[in-house]
Design a protein around this ligand. Structure first.
Ligand SMILES: Nc1ncnc2c1ncn2[C@@H]1O[C@H](COP(=O)(O)OP(=O)(O)O)[C@@H](O)[C@H]1O
Ligand SMILES: [Mg+2]
Length: 375
């Protein structure tokens, strides 16, 4: 009878407002609690039987029956009390935890005002939920702030790109006029040097605007499986034209076993050109710039090493930041653009430099993109 009672309690329907919870079936705790009590009662009963055996047969029977009934009644009463005082809060706690795990942060247990250990448990639970709710709200607030900041930057980027676009057209007009005026000037006119400066300034503005447009409206790479060596050769060819007047040699060395690489040739060309031009600009004396391609497991490493002035350690953390430049006519956008392009190829760009000795940039491009699909 004891067992039957406990099973009935175990399967009693949960509170109507609670979420259904799948519970593991384990030995009912009430059974465990009642067994020792039942054992004591049975021992008492045995003692009782022994005592009543000394009484007359009729009297003994009545006493034993009353004692047995009393024992069962006590067992049932104990189970009922335990069910109300322990099992119900435990079930409520389990249901509230289930609701909490579904994201309901407004749960609290009703037995928190009890003045015992179970009440302590309830208060701890309610406190924990309150803290959880506060942290969640804080995370949401931070997320919102970050989102609005990102939107703010995106708007600023759009604005800058729009402005750059608007300036480029009249600038092309001005450059055209300068060109026409300079053609009509007599060869020994003193205005020629002014016109030359104006032309260079217009070209510089155009360069800044182009970089700004690229930074503000980055294009996704248009991937093609192509020979990286040809892309590098293309950049080297262009850079040599700039290097020749400073008597700087650019030496390209392509290692063996370099398979075709999934990359955007235009964008990687732009990256290498930026690195080579920086290298040329950093060289104060004639010398050499080495650009090498080498395979490293599932990637290709491209190294651009110069013998230039080097980068002071305090500048190293800043060189990839947009608009960081140490040059009078620099835009500070070359390296930030290079890094963005390399990262959009799933690669990395790192730098090592020694002041007075030279600088080495290393690009690491994966041979195949993960889950590759042309974009
Ligand atoms: N090879 C290099 N040697 C020395 N300094 C370099 C080199 N490459 C980049 N830098 C430093 O990093 C800065 C940022 O470079 P970059 O983003 O290309 O902008 P910019 O060339 O317009 O200044 C440069 O102004 C320079 O100080
Ligand atoms: Mg540069």
């Amino acid at each position: 009878m004891t067992a039957a009672t406990t099973i009935e309690l175990q399967t009693a329907p949960a509170d109507a407002t609670t979420v259904p919870v799948t519970r593991k079936r384990h030995i009912n705790w009430a059974l465990k609690a009642v067994l020792p009590i039942a054992a004591i009662l049975l021992n008492g009963l045995l003692l009782f039987i022994l005592v009543s055996a000394s009484l007359s047969a009729g009297e003994g029977h009545i006493v034993i029956t009353i004692a047995t009934a009393g024992a069962f009644l006590i067992c049932i009463a104990v189970i009922m009390v335990l069910a109300v005082s322990v099992r119900r809060p435990m079930m409520e706690l389990q249901d509230k935890i289930a609701r909490l795990s579904l994201g309901d942060m407004d749960v609290s247990v009703s037995f928190a005002n009890r003045n015992d250990e179970i009440g302590d448990l309830g208060r701890d639970f309610n406190d924990m939920v309150a803290q959880l709710k506060a942290s969640r709200e804080e995370i949401q607030r931070l997320h919102q702030t970050q989102m609005s900041r990102a939107e703010h930057f995106a708007t600023l980027g759009e604005l800058a790109a729009g402005l750059a676009h608007e300036i480029r057209n009249p600038l092309a007009g001005i450059a055209g006029v300068i060109e026409i005026v300079s053609r009509d000037l007599p060869p020994n006119s003193p205005a020629r040097s002014v016109i030359k400066d104006a032309k260079e300034e217009a070209m510089q503005i155009n360069r800044i605007l182009t970089d700004l447009l690229e930074t503000a409206r980055p294009k996704p790479p248009s991937f093609q499986v192509k020979d990286l060596g040809s892309t590098a050769e293309h950049a080297v060819l262009f850079a040599r034209q700039q290097a020749v007047t400073k008597r700087i040699m650019i030496e390209l060395e392509k290692g063996e076993n370099i398979p075709p690489i999934d990359h955007d040739p235009n964008q990687i060309n732009q990256v290498l050109l930026n690195l080579l031009l920086n290298a040329i600009q950093a060289m104060e004396k004639p010398g050499s710039i080495f650009i090498t391609l080498r395979r490293d497991k599932d990637a290709v490493l491209i190294t651009v090493a110069d013998q230039g002035r080097g980068i002071p350690p305090e500048n190293l953390p800043n060189i990839f930041r947009p608009f960081f430049t140490t040059k009078g006519h620099g835009t500070g956008l070359g390296l930030s653009l290079a890094r963005r392009i390399v990262e959009s190829h799933g690669g990395t760009i790192t730098v090592r430099s020694q002041v007075g000795k030279g600088t080495q940039f290393v690009l690491r491009l994966p041979i195949a993109r993960n889950g590759a699909s042309s974009s």
